[in-house]
Design a protein around this ligand. Structure first.
Ligand SMILES: [Zn+2]
Ligand SMILES: [Zn+2]
Length: 333
């Protein structure tokens, strides 16, 4: 049996529409018919050659929502007909010092969906039974997809921004930011959104999602921040954010790739300010967010594209023209 897929043959080139054999699930894997797959900034970094050594050829996509249609002979956790989500973390070794200490997001021998193993820009995908998650019934296929990376990595960044915040800055108002703003508001936190200078549409979008204030990243917010999360892959924002946070404040870099961080005076780090990155996710993060999301309730703003529209979606992201999250709708229902 064959399936349609969008394939990266060579990094730096557009994806190519192809027909490929439907993959066979291994004994610990399930075969999933893909309903939707979100398009994440990480996909763009892979296609644009900013992340090293992707599997090639590669089917990108790591915000997958679909139905289990077949299960390998050792699969016990999932059943046929179950609707599940597949995130970025595709597999971990279970043996390294990170896996053994509750930090599987830092595993030494991980597999990543849509990067080192094939992902969801296709009609079918196989996934390890232990790394897929039931999707809450409150969510449709399209609006659930962005939860699986923008939501998950965003949520991990948000948690690592610290406890007891009341004032949170978010730099770069894309898919992750619009989800995290909703969660922060639910927790009574004021959100200050920073966008590119002059991007009035993004600032309006941030306010419509509940941001207290929105303005250009070069501007200081009207009050000091307890923490800031940087989702835009722009190293220049690190010193900007450091100058916006109060003593003891954290600056969390939420992306997998960032341009170089310029040097900055020690004085802006002084006062126990902290800069940290966030890498990948753990399965516990996924379980926590998927439980919390319907209570908020998180509502992702989605722009739909057909499977063959993947290049167009990536291009819109490259231009910074997306409002919310891009999702490929592959086989609904
Ligand atoms: Zn490991
Ligand atoms: Zn992602």
């Amino acid at each position: 049996m064959e399936m349609r897929a969008m394939v990266l043959r060579e990094a730096g080139r557009p994806l190519v529409a192809e027909r490929l054999p439907v993959p066979e699930p291994g004994s610990d894997q399930v075969l999933i018919r893909v309903h939707t797959c979100g398009v994440c900034h990480t996909d763009l970094h892979i296609v644009d050659r900013e992340l090293p050594h992707p599997k090639l050829p590669l089917i990108p996509g790591h915000e997958i929502v679909g139905t289990v249609v077949r299960a390998g002979d050792r699969v016990e956790r999932r059943t046929n007909g179950e609707r599940v989500g597949v995130p970025w973390l595709g597999h971990t070794c279970g043996e390294c010092r990170y896996c053994m200490s509750g930090r599987e997001n830092l595993c030494d021998r991980p597999l990543f969906t849509g990067y080192t193993i094939d992902g969801g820009f296709a009609e079918y995908v196989v996934a390890d039974q232990n790394y897929v998650f039931p999707i809450p019934p409150e969510y449709g296929d399209a609006e659930a997809a962005p939860l699986l990376c923008a939501g998950l990595i965003g949520y991990r960044s948000y948690r690592l921004a610290g406890e007891g915040l009341t004032r949170l800055g978010i730099y770069g108002f894309g898919a992750a930011a619009h989800i995290i703003t909703q969660i922060a508001r639910y927790h009574g936190i004021r959100v200050y959104a920073f966008t590119r200078a002059g991007d009035a549409k993004a600032q309006d979008f941030a306010r419509s999602m509940g941001a207290t204030w929105a303005g250009p990243s070069t501007e200081r917010p009207p009050e000091e921040l307890d923490a800031a999360i940087i989702f835009a892959p722009v190293g220049l924002l690190v010193p900007e954010a450091l100058q916006a946070v109060a003593k003891g404040g954290r600056v969390v870099c939420g992306g997998i790739h960032m341009s170089d961080i310029p040097s900055f005076p020690y004085a802006i780090l002084w006062g126990e300010r902290m800069v940290r990155s966030v890498a990948n996710l753990t399965r516990a993060d996924a379980e926590e967010l998927l439980q919390l999301a319907p209570h908020v309730p998180v509502r992702a703003r989605v722009q739909r594209y057909p499977l063959e529209g993947a290049n167009e979606a990536l291009d819109q992201m490259r231009q910074g023209e997306l409002r919310g999250a891009a999702v490929l709708v592959i086989s609904e229902g």
